[in-house]
Design a protein around this ligand. Sequence first.
Ligand code: G1P
Length: 297
Amino acid sequence: MRKKITKAIFPVAGLGTRFLPATKSIPKEILSLVDRPLIQYAIDEARDAGIKEFIFVTSRGKGALEDYFDGAPQLEQSLRKKNKKGLLEELKRSTMDSGEIVYIRQREALGLGHAVWCARRLIANEPFAVILPDDVIAAEKPCLKQMVEAYENTGGCMVAAMEVPPAMASSYGLLDVKEDMGALLKVNGMVEKPDPQDAPSNLAVIGRYILTPNVLKNVGTLKKGAGGEIQLTDAIAMEIANGEDVYGYRFDGQRYDCGSKSGFLQATIAFALARPELHDELMDFMVQTVGQSRAAQ
Ligand code: G1P
């Protein structure tokens, strides 16, 4: 029997400079799509995939994240008094049991590979998942769950994959595909943020990973890679060089890059339109606004 994936690392140490000044005093992971913080989408997806231990790699100024997952007895009491059952349920989703969640700090911003490596002692010798909360994926079956199911047959390392326009290569890790089996791909190599002319394909890594503990050992031996940072992509590519299987998984779902303003706004609109109580009013507003904007051009 393959070991179940029960631990997930959430790298949340980034400064969120693209969302300044909003992120001057709140972590970007608390920025909300409609009324739910980005981090809540990541946690919900992890839970649906069977994750039981949530490991946050944080940095200075991320205290609001810890408060967010804490119990809120006064608030709960007041909602109970007012019989606000729906809101109480929502609050429950954001509350973590004691011991379910761990926070460790990345002391220096040395890159994604280094951030994940900071959790090495908590991972010990188990396969684990990594979720980048900036990548929000709307899907009937949550993306990580799709991957965990595929992993039950493959083992090895697996990364979520998606086609991106060639000009966008330098924003992603790109896959060199050895064997295309439909949703599943076997990977020959991976390159972090190549120049578009050097990209091995237009299949990009999206922020969901299932990794073997050996990847963490690899990080320990890495030199600085793209952008002068210790890259997770390079540590996974080392596994391929070691003769291990690495897979890409073309997930079903719509991914929003909530690390960019445009992606964040698109996600906000899409998630709001999916709410029956907001749909009609928002549609009317958008039709009117688009009309006015076109007429003004
Ligand atoms: C990270 C990874 C990159 C991946 C991307 C997906 O980059 O390093 O390989 O393609 O996430 O969102 P970042 O966006 O943190 O620069």
